[in-house]
Design a protein around this ligand. Sequence first.
Ligand code: DX5
Ligand code: ZN
Length: 225
Amino acid sequence: MSGLLNQIHVEPSILSADFGRLREQVGEVIAAGARVIHVDVMDGHFVPPITIGPLVVEALAGQVGEAGGMLDVHLMIERPERHVADFVSAGAALVTFHAEATPHAAYTAEIVREAGARVGVAINPATPPNVFAELGEAIDLALCMTVNPGWGGQAFIERSVSKLPGVREAAAEGVAIQVDGGIDPRTAPRCRGAGANLFVAGSAVFGAADPGEAYAAIVRSLQGD
Ligand code: DX5
Ligand code: ZN
């Protein structure tokens, strides 16, 4: 399962799903081939909205696990080190926290790994990638935000494409490179060309009439490179 992070994957983000039909919507993208499901946790402090907590992670863990998939939990919360254990017990296989959200990135990474999950660190568009070099092999994934975090459906920040090679360079060998925000069949291949291998897409998948087909369209856009 953890090997999924080093492959090319499009990750549907449930932030844009219909929460009244969450299992059904997740089932549609799993049926279309999705194996890494992205869960956006927001606390009303690090970012203005409040979204999902461990209860929703727990509600999806069985369904995703049975399909051989994993839950990727993106924490947009202050002091993430205080909440890691709850998300891992709920079923998070990967926990990503923001470098801007804690003075203790190395300590938080250690807590995630000791809890038994893979470790991701995210940076906002205005944050330089050198934190990834500092963390070295303490992390499994580097998330380069391609919008400012907080909402789905924002426009892709174009200069992310020229930032990605620096992220790849700063991250240790074998660390997965993820992009999140404004990813669709047009932007995904450009990020792939700049070094990303994991592509989070919310509104481009769940904003479509057929989420399974919309997921497949992004996968197709990445093929043949
Ligand atoms: C934004 C979240 C994203 C969000 C992306 O803060 O981290 O995961 O779901 O949404 P789209 O794909 O609509 O930009
Ligand atoms: Zn996200």
